[in-house]
Write a protein that binds this ligand. Structure first.
Ligand code: FES
Length: 113
């Protein structure tokens, strides 16, 4: 279910914001020309991925570095790139409709922005 989140201007380029939807917290990132959404909690110890540093670019792909201990998460696949562990966070489809960011969440119920 596509759920309207916020205006595109609300998330600066190369930054993230979190939102609670359907009993989960999701981090949405502005990658400059497109957006990405993943589960907001780091799979290491639950760090806030929305506050991480966004790395990469259109050619290399984008990732976020967790602000707590530096795990690096691919923003398209959700795979942990660093360290070398077989862990993945959930990813969500994102689109922009009329200047509003929308995220595809099964049975979404928006609780807070
Ligand atoms: S909680 Fe994210 S790297 Fe430790």
């Amino acid at each position: 279910m596509w759920t309207r989140i916020t205006a595109v201007e609300s998330i600066p380029v190369r930054e993230g914001r979190s939102v609670e939807l359907a009993d989960r917290e999701i981090a949405i990132f502005n990658l400059g020309g497109r957006f990405a959404a993943i589960d907001a909690q780091c799979p290491h110890r639950g760090g806030p991925l929305c506050d991480g540093i966004v790395t990469g670019g259109q050619l290399k792909g984008h990732a976020v570095v967790c602000p707590l201990h530096g795990w690096k998460i691919d923003l398209d696949s959700g795979a942990v790139l660093k360290p070398d562990v077989s862990v993945r966070v959930e990813t969500y489809d994102v689109r922009v409709d009329g200047g509003i960011i929308e995220v595809d969440i099964p049975c979404a119920r928006k609780r807070a922005a």
